[in-house]
Ligand binder design. Structure first.
Ligand SMILES: C[S@@+](CC[C@H](N)C(=O)[O-])C[C@H]1O[C@@H](n2cnc3c(N)ncnc32)[C@H](O)[C@@H]1O
Length: 626
């Protein structure tokens, strides 16, 4: 493998561009070389994890045991697995009928009814139908009772109106008719559609006013997902980064962006939708594989069209082949998804080749990957492939490992799918120069490895729960600080970044890469940032070794309590919050005052409290959930 080593070295030496442009030739040669060697070597047989009765029954038994033990949540997950592996209508019906029992006990009546209806439609055995129908009618009664109770409790007259007008999805369906009029005794007559179930979570308060989701100063011309109040800059020290050119108040939005592409984490396969990443207890499986589950028909078909028709056979083989660390599997899932997205499912490989040539001709680091319209576009392949690669700072061994992963993935795409126009035999890849598309795409996947490893964000539709990972193009320009001046949260897959404190023109905006001073000691942060992102953080928390949150609170570090004048200035806002815990404007005023006061040292206990409040508000943690 001396040739491969030499190529990796050459890539490092040749890398003049900050974003790793100019390496296409070496990258193709490297991946092609590995691919060719793979094709010539004996490969293990590719096992796929197929739907089958044995696993279906195994998971059903497991679910039954959880159900008997009273652990309904685990029972639901096991029955979902059983459904995923079911390869006949009968087995599917059984899995859904069993899951409906656990859902009923968990008082998830809507989901229970959906499962019962599906089980009946799938031909649940005649002798057991009656019991299932009875459960369904009981669930409908309970659902109606809940609905009536909600109506009574509701202070929101608009929402009441919606219920009466029948505009509120499942809750206003014919359930009432079927029970009150007695003319629909069979639950299968009930028209409940899974895809209509939009009403799963209570929205955080700030979303009640749609105005508040727009960026101040309007969208930036250079990166439309960002506010115009942010500029893209480049420096040797920071690479590309974002700097405020206007004042932002705490809580104001800086960037709103959907992911360019995203994947679900493996440990969420049977609890969250493979497509929208929402949690669901009523998941339905991909018709082909046991891996992907969906919250609705709509998500299932959207995902199939978008990427899963290609991913389905490849990921399935991979999970069996790479019986190794989780992070490798994650990496492969990410690069396949990025590959599929940048080529529109393999249809635009030629266009991508031309686009990459245009992008590589631009040697200006600041505007790398800008579209012909002159912007870094959240939906553009050129922009997505221009993100930081850290090629010059990565260890050689890391680049080599990524090249092997890319070659393997290219080989699987070629042999397991028609991504390259037809399904190839492994032997056909022995002369890799004859299949230039495979070599080219392999090299794009090598780029995808280095880009995704330095730029992806965990997606947390529910605060604190990491469900998947996404590539957000404009957000990828945010540098890290261990004491960031912004914070991010999610509305579904959309990531929103807000100012955590007042931001003034000229200030760089920073996000956190999961190494916050508040909970992680300095040495650990340094190690993590160097290992994963290849830089030495010089933020104030690192330079001054700020204490962690626990110490700040315990020792009242930086507290303003002795500054009587300042305490008096803040009193009215404290009172406003005591009167109304949702008075977020009062918290913002507190932050404006604390940051404008030169005597306030950082870190400061009171600033921490105010910032925590602000974050909780936007993360929806101040709001009670159902
Ligand atoms: C998501 S990118 C951020 C944008 C990046 N600076 C660029 O040029 O595209 C992450 C990479 O930026 C660099 N970076 C992030 N924060 C940094 C900081 N505080 N100081 C220096 N470099 C930083 C590191 O190379 C890191 O791997």
């Amino acid at each position: 493998m001396d040739f491969a080593k030499e190529l990796v070295l050459r890539m490092r030496q040749k890398n003049k561009s900050h974003v790793g442009y100019g390496l296409q030739t070496e990258s193709e040669a490297l991946v092609g070389h590995i691919l060719q060697n793979m094709a010539k070597s004996p490969m293990p047989s590719f096992k796929t994890d197929k739907k089958n009765e044995k696993d279906c029954l195994r998971y059903r038994d497991e679910g039954n045991q959880h159900f008997v033990a009273g652990d309904d949540q685990e029972a639901i997950i096991s029955y979902t697995r059983s459904l995923a592996y079911a390869n006949t209508h009968q087995l599917m019906a059984n899995a859904r009928a069993n899951r409906s029992a656990a859902l009923y006990r968990k008082k998830m009546y809507k989901e229970c009814i959906i499962d019962i209806q599906a089980a009946l439609e799938l031909g649940y055995p005649e002798d057991k139908r009656k019991k299932l129908q009875e459960r369904g009618l009981k669930a409908m009664t309970k659902l109606n009772q809940d609905k009536d109770k909600d109506r009574e409790d509701s202070e929101d007259s608009k929402s009441d109106e919606d219920h009466q007008n029948g505009t509120n999805g499942i809750e206003s369906l014919i359930i009432t008719d079927s029970i009150e009029n007695g003319d629909k005794k069979d639950i299968s007559d009930v028209e409940i559609k899974q895809e209509d179930d939009q009403d799963k979570f209570i929205k955080p308060r700030y979303l009640l006013n749609p105005e508040v989701m727009s960026v101040p100063y309007g969208p930036s011309e250079e990166a439309p997902a960002n506010s115009k109040g942010l500029s893209i800059k480049y420096s040797e020290e920071y690479g590309r980064h974002l700097v405020a050119n206007q004042h932002f108040k705490p809580g104001e939005i800086l960037t709103v962006e959907k992911p360019y592409c995203w994947v679900i984490y493996r440990d969420k396969f049977y609890t969250h939708c493979h497509h929208c990443l929402e949690k669901s207890s009523c998941l339905i499986p991909c018709s082909q594989c046991p891996i992907a589950q969906y919250c609705s028909e709509k998500c299932r078909s959207a995902s199939w069209k978008l990427a899963h028709h290609i991913e389905c056979p490849v990921v399935n083989v991979l999970l069996n082949l790479l019986n190794v660390e989780e992070d490798k599997i994650r990496m492969v899932m990410k690069i396949i998804r990025l590959m599929i997205t940048v080529t529109s499912g393999g249809k635009n490989i030629d266009d991508l080749r031309k686009d990459m040539a245009i992008a590589e001709a631009n040697l200006d680091n600041r505007t790398a990957g800008f579209t012909d319209a002159g912007c870094l576009e959240s939906t553009s392949a050129r922009s997505a492939l221009s993100l930081a690669t850290n090629m010059t700072t990565r260890p050689l061994i890391g680049i080599s490992a990524f090249a092997c992963i890319s070659a393997l993935t290219a080989m699987l795409l070629a042999t397991q799918t028609k991504f390259f126009g037809k399904k190839y035999q492994l032997a056909e890849l022995k002369d890799v120069d004859k299949v230039p598309d495979i070599k080219f795409c392999g090299s794009i996947m090598l780029r995808a490895c280095v880009i995704t490893s330095s730029n992806c964000f965990s997606i947390q539709p529910e605060p604190g729960i990491k469900v998947g990972s996404g590539l957000y193009v404009a957000h990828s320009l945010y540098n890290h600080s261990c004491a960031p001046n912004t914070f991010r949260h999610f509305e579904g897959l959309t990531m929103i970044t807000r100012a955590m404190q007042p931001l003034n023109p000229g200030e760089q905006v920073f996000t956190g890469y999961g190494a916050d001073y508040s909970y992680m000691p300095l040495a650990k942060r340094k190690e993590k940032l160097m290992e994963e992102y290849y830089f030495d953080c010089q933020c104030p928390a690192c330079v001054n070794d700020w204490p962690t949150y626990a110490t700040i609170l315990e020792k009242h570090v930086g507290s303003i309590r002795k500054n009587k004048q300042l305490v008096d200035r803040l009193k009215p806002y404290k009172q406003r919050l005591l009167n109304n815990k949702y008075d977020i404007e009062a918290v913002k005023q507190v932050l404006e005052i604390l940051y404008s006061e030169p005597t306030v040292a950082k870190p400061c206990e009171e600033i921490l409290h105010a910032v925590q409040y602000l974050r909780c508000y936007y993360l929806g943690k101040l709001h009670k959930s159902k």
